[in-house]
Design a protein around this ligand. Structure first.
Ligand code: SF4
Length: 409
């Protein structure tokens, strides 16, 4: 029987600062530009708080002696931090936990910061610090669309940033794109996709624009002053995305994620496959599977840290533990989450794995929903697995809702 110490973990480090707040963003991120144009960010204090939290977690029995297989610096805009700060965090994580030999270490970067504040030397600094994958929030190569999205960079900045990423020695990088901005045409989205493909990253993530309440776009949509894309356009653009990227040898492995051979984001895969992950920093989430001696039915638990950076700094610096909401996950919730996460992946749900984990057949549990969704052409299945069709990826929310309705849990 394997013990926890035999199973590597993933680590997420949240850096919550951004130059300005994008109008569509509902992440836990905070603008650092003041009215006088100054930028203020307590980088040193935040790093100290992170090191304190790392020490606290490394001393907990659950995380002790566990090596790290993937690290993801997300945000916010982690590329606002100095390479020496990122190096400090990585060195400390390595000294406390140890790294697997083939560790994947991703840093999210913003083309605006790469041009203005960072440049090639800083990217080289991140590489030397141990980062081996960059995920760049390009979103578009059209100036008008970038302005609408409130992004600070231009199309040219994005292209130059990619050149710098390459010149700094990063072979493995991702470009994030957004589609479905109001009145965007099929030709305009095709242009964005083609530009991204021409830059030849190993990975492309393409997300449909969603309007979240609590964002500036959410407020404008409520007032009726935000132009919104028709659902049919969103669907058309999503279909085009899959066609173009697959033609250019990017294989879809999740609804919004496409990768060249062997270049899937291992950190995301770890999340989706239920690996234990430790979230560090303001608002970060963690998950830990229960030990075999856990009380009946508990499969694992999840918690999140205090979201506000200043509160996080205060708590983590003093106590190490900055967690707040804790949630116990029982077998039925775990089953539903497993089902939904796996369905979003191209590999689908394995009949055998489901049976082994939950001791029942999903084909029996969801018999009627499967029959209906198959007739609608949204899912396909055989004896080994069940997965979404290309139409099913477009209407994934509807498919998931149908399964949720059918769930007897
Ligand atoms: S740069 Fe990213 S994290 Fe920051 S506000 Fe914009 S979308 Fe949100």
């Amino acid at each position: 029987m394997s013990s926890r110490a035999d199973n590597p973990i993933s680590v997420y480090v949240h850096i919550p600062y951004c130059v300005t707040k994008c109008p569509y963003c509902d992440f836990n991120s905070y603008a650092i530009s003041t009215q006088s144009g100054q930028q203020e960010m307590p980088e040193a204090e935040y790093i100290d708080a992170l090191l304190s939290e790392i020490t606290f977690r490394a001393n907990e029995e659950e995380w002790q002696d566990r090596s790290i297989s993937t690290i993801f610096f997300g945000g916010g805009t982690p590329s606002l931090f100095k390479p020496s700060s990122i190096a400090r965090i990585l060195d400390f994580l390595q000294s406390k936990f140890g790294f697997m030999p083939e560790i994947e270490t991703t840093l999210e970067a913003n083309p605006g910061t790469i041009q203005e504040q960072l440049g090639l030397d800083s990217l080289k600094g991140f590489r030397t610090a141990g980062v081996n994958r960059i995920s760049m929030g390009v979103q578009s190569f059209r100036t008008q669309k970038l302005k609408f999205l409130g992004r600070l960079h231009s199309a040219e900045d994005a292209e130059r940033a990619v050149q710098n990423v390459r010149a700094a020695g990063f072979e493995n990088f991702n470009l994030d794109l957004i589609f479905g901005v109001a009145d965007e045409t099929v030709e305009e989205w095709f242009h964005d996709l083609s530009k991204a493909i021409d830059l030849n990253p190993l990975h492309i993530s393409a997300y449909g624009l969603t309007i979240e309440s609590g964002t500036e776009f959410g407020r404008r949509a409520k007032k009726g002053t935000l132009p919104l894309a028709e659902e049919s356009l969103q669907a058309e653009l999503q279909l085009l995305t899959a066609e173009c990227l697959q033609k250019a040898t990017y294989k879809r492995y999740e609804i919004s994620n496409f990768a060249k051979a062997n270049a899937q984001c291992r950190h995301n895969l770890a999340y989706w496959q239920g690996v234990d992950y430790l979230g560090l920093g303001a608002g970060a989430h963690s998950y830990l599977a229960a030990s075999t001696s856990a009380p009946n039915q508990e499969v694992g638990h999840r918690w999140s840290n205090i979201p506000k950076p200043e509160h996080y700094i205060e708590r983590a610096s003093k106590q190490g533990d900055a967690s707040q909401r804790k949630e116990s996950i029982d077998l039925s919730q775990s089953e539903l989450e497993f089902f939904f996460t796996r369905l979003r992946m191209s590999s689908g749900i394995s009949t055998k794995e489901y049976l082994e984990l939950f001791n029942r057949s999903f084909e029996t549990t969801y018999f009627d929903a499967i029959k209906k969704l198959k007739l609608e052409g949204l899912i396909e299945n055989d004896q080994a697995l069940l997965r979404l069709t290309s139409q099913g990826f477009i209407f994934a929310d509807y498919v998931l809702a149908e399964f949720a309705k059918a769930s007897s849990l």
